[in-house]
Design a protein around this ligand. Structure first.
Ligand SMILES: [Zn+2]
Ligand SMILES: [Zn+2]
Length: 116
């Protein structure tokens, strides 16, 4: 007993410190991309304020990362699109958006056709 008891003075310090640090409070915002709620933390708000950003983030972290990743300039991996092989019917992925008027082949069929 007693190990966890804090003196009144200590508690006051903690409240004071907490109050000082909490000029910003965690805020729950709604992502405009996926509609999920996300927390705009006090730390992030402080960061935004320091940088002079006027606007609150409009997207959750996942969507922000996804947008970053999908930006071509970022030089990341190319976006892959699901497609069905026109030859064997197997699901496959292609680095371009499949079009109705253009058959898409899986890598095996594509290789086989090219070798003809
Ligand atoms: Zn989102
Ligand atoms: Zn195929």
């Amino acid at each position: 007993m007693g190990a966890k008891t804090r003196s009144a003075e200590e508690v006051t310090d903690i409240i004071y410190l907490g109050g000082f640090l909490n000029m910003f409070e965690d805020k729950t915002l709604v992502c405009r991309d996926c509609g999920a709620e996300f927390v705009f933390t006090a730390g992030e708000q402080e960061f935004y304020a320091e940088k002079g950003f006027q606007n609150e983030p409009t997207r959750c972290k996942a969507c922000r990362l996804a947008r970053k990743a999908s930006r071509p300039a970022a030089g990341g991996a190319r976006e892959m699109h699901d497609a069905i092989c026109a030859n064997c019917g197997k699901p496959t992925q292609v680095p371009f958006l499949p079009r109705e008027d253009r058959p898409v082949y899986c890598s095996e069929c594509y290789a086989a056709m090219r070798s003809i």
